[in-house]
Ligand binder design. Structure first.
Ligand code: BGC
Length: 769
């Protein structure tokens, strides 16, 4: 074959490929489709087979290790054109150095793409994602992603491995901390807000970054809450409850998708053609590129679907474009092509997508677009960013109990005993996946209180217990960067000192919970209570009879039944980020009235799991109090959770008027307007998240008891009232039927409006075709 003939053939096959894949290269503003196509076509004509496969290789290099193995011979591979992207390296200087290697020393001078786990902030750290979701504030969530994008792009990066949108109903799973909780509709709103925040309206701008929605798909369904475990669920459950947030990210034009470690319907996600090609590419029209999770291709050998060569070929054919760290593509694809197990088109398709992304990010125009040291010096960890983090943190806290208005605390003339292993701690404030966050920049609770009240309030401090003292768990945590420094005094002595400090106190503020390493990746727990040693401390504090305000830090729902019985107040603060202590102090002393609501159910005990608000009714629903035997319930615990989805108290109280509907009989595309008047009936200004749920009592498939469909956050001064109006259309009645069609069926619908998923008023409407 002559060179000219080969070139022509490549051009024709690329043109056909673009057409077939529906790649829409013109979507983004400022990108001229033809120019881009010409550039990539020209480049691919010059590329050898090895160089094309090289573009599919993503290596980990630099500051962090986020998986079981690290990439080798990176410099040499970059010079030989065998690397497409790098992650775990940041700062303009470090990125420039590696980019120069690619641009100056590789044959075709193709720039690399630089990615990183920017999950809840880059250098300025926001609350963990579960906390961010508890704000129920899409503007703030978008703002947090926008700030993260500005900081990351000023730090050399153009690609972030976020948002993580895995729905989960199992708090034993440590990665529940990284997601937005259990609700698919709320999760979808958050997914869109985050993609908007990261990507802005133009990826070519130097302060926007490409998002990567993960982990596709169903990673949060791991059996027993054990990380990386098998997932098995019906298609109808996938479509209805687990897939919507990924689809929402795709609808918001997310640039990339990361596959998950688990299997989906018996086939690991990274080789699942149905998942990646039929669903993602064809049903959802995803046009960006697909990267695997860390060594996910290699792990398919252990999953048991082939050797490295086979699983790599399967992944490519299923639609994977980039192989994270494992180098299965690099090592085996060429041979698979010789053996006709894959085609040249498969390789070209993936290579094209990677090059196209680099083009869209502006890297071909300027490989150093994101290497601006001046930006790094002026746009990272700024006072404004810290202030934004503080505001967002305050709004992520959830007040779980407040007996006798224990909170807010008086700002003058009281003595506070500040007790607990997290009370004067900086290391754990950021939570897991805190990226390039520097814990030394974080504010402890002790410092935050001092900053706010100075000498007006007397604060005495005592540690009282270590975070955890179980040696087996400690060893594991510390072996993996847990950084738990033990106070080697015995627990008895630590408790005695703490109790002694409480003697003249008016109130005890006990800051307890998990260390940052006790949730997040590979941090599943079968017992999700406070560690035993902290419980002993708490028991001693309760025994003093001084009111105890329990301030919690944790990356998952904890079982708190006993704590709830005895504490005067409980404030859930998750892991609040860089501004932790300042934000907590402002809430404890009433500078800000808490408004967060849970996006995940808190169980009474581990045996109740999975317990989630949008459950089915069953054929034998239990009414919660009768003694009847043959009902769906436990002998030893209620069916109700300790704190339901959507729950969260305020220092003030809100009254809901009866619901007003503009119609109760509707047809077709009519609009239903549901109105409710909310009044602040207490003495503090505050915000309430008004929630609307719908139940479809009779349908061709069984439906959830309630599903969140709308919410609005309203701010009210004392005695002020506001009307909240929700417009409902037939789109809000839709669900997946047993043929997986997204439909609505006429009949009765129950509309619930209330302050949380359990406490609602209900009215019924009839909606006909
Ligand atoms: C995690 C991903 C992460 C990747 C890269 C994996 O272990 O599952 O969420 O983006 O590592 O660090």
């Amino acid at each position: 074959m002559t060179v000219r003939h080969a070139t022509l053939q490549l051009m024709v096959s690329i043109a056909i490929f673009c057409f077939l894949c529906g790649i829409n290269v013109g979507e983004q503003s400022g990108i001229k489709k033809k120019e881009m196509n010409d550039k990539i076509t020209r480049l691919m004509q010059q590329m050898t087979r090895e160089e094309k496969i090289g573009q599919l290789n993503l290596v980990s290099l630099g500051f962090d290790i986020t998986g079981p193995i690290v990439s080798q011979n990176v410099d040499e591979n970059i010079r030989n054109g065998l690397v497409g992207g790098v992650f775990n390296t940041y700062t303009p200087i470090a990125v420039r150095k590696i980019q120069e290697l690619a641009v100056n020393s590789s044959r075709l001078h193709i720039p690399l793409i630089f990615g990183y786990d920017v999950i809840h902030g880059h250098r300025t750290i926001f609350p963990i994602a579960l906390g961010l979701s508890s704000t129920w504030d899409m503007k703030l969530i978008e703002q947090s992603a926008r700030i993260a994008a500005r900081e990351a792009s000023a730090d050399g990066l153009q690609w972030v491995f976020s948002p993580m949108v895995d729905i989960t109903r199992d708090p034993r799973w440590g990665r529940i901390s990284e997601g937005s909780g259990e609700d698919p509709w709320l999760g979808s709103q958050i997914a869109k807000a985050m993609v908007r925040g990261y990507q802005g309206d133009d990826l070519m701008k130097k302060d926007t970054v490409m998002a990567c929605v993960k982990h596709f798909a169903l990673y949060g369904g791991a059996e027993g809450g054990r990380d990386y475990n098998t997932v098995d669920m019906s298609r109808i459950r996938m479509y209805q409850d687990y897939l919507p947030p990924y689809q929402a990210a795709v609808d918001a034009d997310v640039g990339s998708v990361m596959t998950s470690f688990n299997e989906v319907d018996g086939i690991p996600a990274s080789a699942n053609k149905w998942l990646l090609d039929d669903l993602l590419r064809h049903q959802w029209n995803f046009t960006g590129f697909i990267v695997t999770d860390y060594t996910a291709i290699n792990e398919m050998v252990d999953h048991g679907i082939g050797n490295l060569k086979q699983v790599s070929a399967l992944a490519l054919k299923a639609g994977v474009d980039m192989d994270m760290v494992g180098e299965g593509f690099l090592r085996t694809l060429s041979e698979s092509l010789d053996e006709n197990d894959i085609t040249q088109q498969h390789i070209d398709r993936a290579c094209w997508r990677v090059l196209e992304t680099k083009y869209k990010l502006g890297l071909f125009d300027d490989p150093y677009l994101y290497c601006d040291e001046n930006r790094a010096a002026t746009e990272i960890l700024t006072i404004e960013n810290r202030l934004a983090a503080k505001e967002i943190s305050k709004r992520s806290f959830v007040l779980l109990k407040n007996a006798n208005q224990t909170l807010p605390l008086n700002r003058r003339g009281i003595t506070v005993a500040l007790i607990g292993p997290l009370a004067d701690d900086q290391r754990n404030m950021l939570g897991s996946w805190s990226a390039a966050g520097d814990w030394k920049q974080s504010v402890s609770v002790a410092t935050g209180i001092k900053n706010l009240v100075g000498d007006e309030v007397k604060v005495v401090y005592s540690k009282g217990a270590n975070i955890i003292d179980d040696p087996d768990i400690l060893d594991q945590l510390n072996a993996n960067g847990g950084d738990i420094i033990l106070d080697d005094q015995s627990l008895e002595i630590l408790i005695e000192q703490a109790v002694c400090e409480t003697q003249n106190a008016d109130v005890i503020v006990a800051v307890l919970g998990e260390s940052q390493g006790m949730s997040g990746e590979a941090a599943s727990r079968s017992d999700i209570g406070l560690p035993e040693n902290q419980k002993k401390l708490l028991r001693a504090l309760f025994d003093t009879t001084i009111p105890v305000v329990l301030v919690l830090m944790n990356g998952r729902p904890l079982t708190l039944t006993w704590e709830n019985d005895h504490a005067a107040a409980i404030l859930e603060t998750w892991f609040p980020g860089t501004e932790a202590g300042n934000a907590i102090a402002e809430v404890l002393f009433g500078e800000y009235n808490p408004s967060g609501k849970l996006t995940v159910t808190f169980p009474r005990n581990v045996g109740q799991i999975p317990v989630y608000y949008n459950h089915k009714n069953t054929g034998r629903p239990y009414d919660g109090h009768s003694m009847e035997k043959y009902k769906s319930r436990y002998l030893d615990v209620s069916n109700d959770p300790l704190y339901p989805f959507g729950f969260g108290l305020s220092y003030t109280t809100f009254e809901y008027s009866p619901l007003k509907l503009d119609k109760t009989n509707l047809t077709g595309n009519q609009l239903l307007t549901v109105r409710v008047l909310i009044r602040n009936s207490g003495t503090y200004a505050g915000e309430e998240v008004v929630q609307l749920y719908i139940h479809d009592p009779i349908a061709s498939v069984t439906r959830a008891a309630k599903e969140l469909k709308r919410f609005e956050k309203v701010f009210l001064q004392p005695t002020e009232h506001k009307e909240v109006a929700f417009d409902i259309t037939v789109d809000d009645l839709k669900f997946y039927n047993s043929d997986l069609q997204y439909v609505w069926e006429p009949g009765e619908f129950i509309i619930h409006v209330g302050t949380n998923s359990q406490n609602t008023q209900a009215v019924s409407v009839h909606w006909f075709k």
